[in-house]
Design a protein. Sequence first.
Length: 402
Amino acid sequence: MSTHAYIYDAIRTPRSKGKADGTLHEVKPIALAAGLLNELQARHGFDTACVDDVILGCVTPVKDQGTNIAKCAVQYAGWDDSVAGVQLNRFCASGLEAVNIAAQKVISGWEQLIVAGGVESMSRVPMGSDGGVVVFDPEYLMGQVATPQGVGADLIATIEGWDREDVDAFAVESQRRAAHARDSGYFDRSVVPVKDRNGVTILERDDFIKPETSMQGLTRLKPSFAYAATNGMDATALSKYPQLDRINHVHHAGNASGIVDGAATVLIGSEQIGQALGLEPRGRIVAGVIIANEPTIMLTGPGPAAEKCLKVAGMTKADIDLWEINEAFSSVAMRYMRDLDIDAEVTNVNGGAIAMGHPLGATGAVLLSTMLDELERRGLKRGMLSMCVGGGMGISTIIERL
């Protein structure tokens, strides 16, 4: 049995607009994932036959992303025939769940070296393409008090008393921090340029960030979920929260996570395999948890998940140096900081998904690479990663720099 699950590396592609005119639209998702697999091998020179499994999150596993894209990416990359692969879907938490499962496998001693992460080409396989009961099953839907995630985000803002200016101000700061981090080279260690089959670079850095974003500019954007007030969705949500007279719709494209293409991978293994292969650990996975809570508001799980993660790790907030919350919507991140009573100065210090985008199945692993790089840059020790998840779940992971 292994005592620890070590992080030997964490890399990602740049993120780009997840539409047909996005820079990465020409790149198949299998190529995004395989490119990172080959980069890991090139950086560290290990025999790929030493890898037990590749676990990739993918939220829309159909079309170009169907038929177990993890195993397909292993073969597409030319890795040894002995390397297994599995695709998993825990909605937006998929990439971080892949990391947590990999850590559990290593700590159990069942496996020694795993690549975990995720991939999502939202330009080629749009969100919701897989359908499912949450879209097409009337019997299921009639039995749920369910609304779109954006209504939940607006519900959070209404409950907390945050107005349009509050959530827009958060978004502007996310853009400022992300632009500063990218332009200062803070992401350079982890970001792997995407190249075509001829070796020509297609994209070298995140190009979704909009550094020109301003409060004045955001005021021109119309709320994305105001329609819910007239089609019964607000009434559905308010049936669970009767203390409110109405929902104030404040979220829009400028203060919600962007639709992008991207992939990320994390090399996780035991101490024994690291020594055998000459790998130098950069960090370790301390603890990881999943929780679920009220599914109508849906997006309030990150705070309770972080608290549970601290309990599992036997730690307190004082043991965490930096915090990272996926910016699904401004109110989600703001609620996370309020729930945990943590400061913006130590939370999402390099911006987040509002500025850089949220490639669904990959984002959790992206957050890990960003956090590990920043812990190293600042000489700090521990970081907490948290995400809201569809269906009213929350996920958190603590990592430690070595």
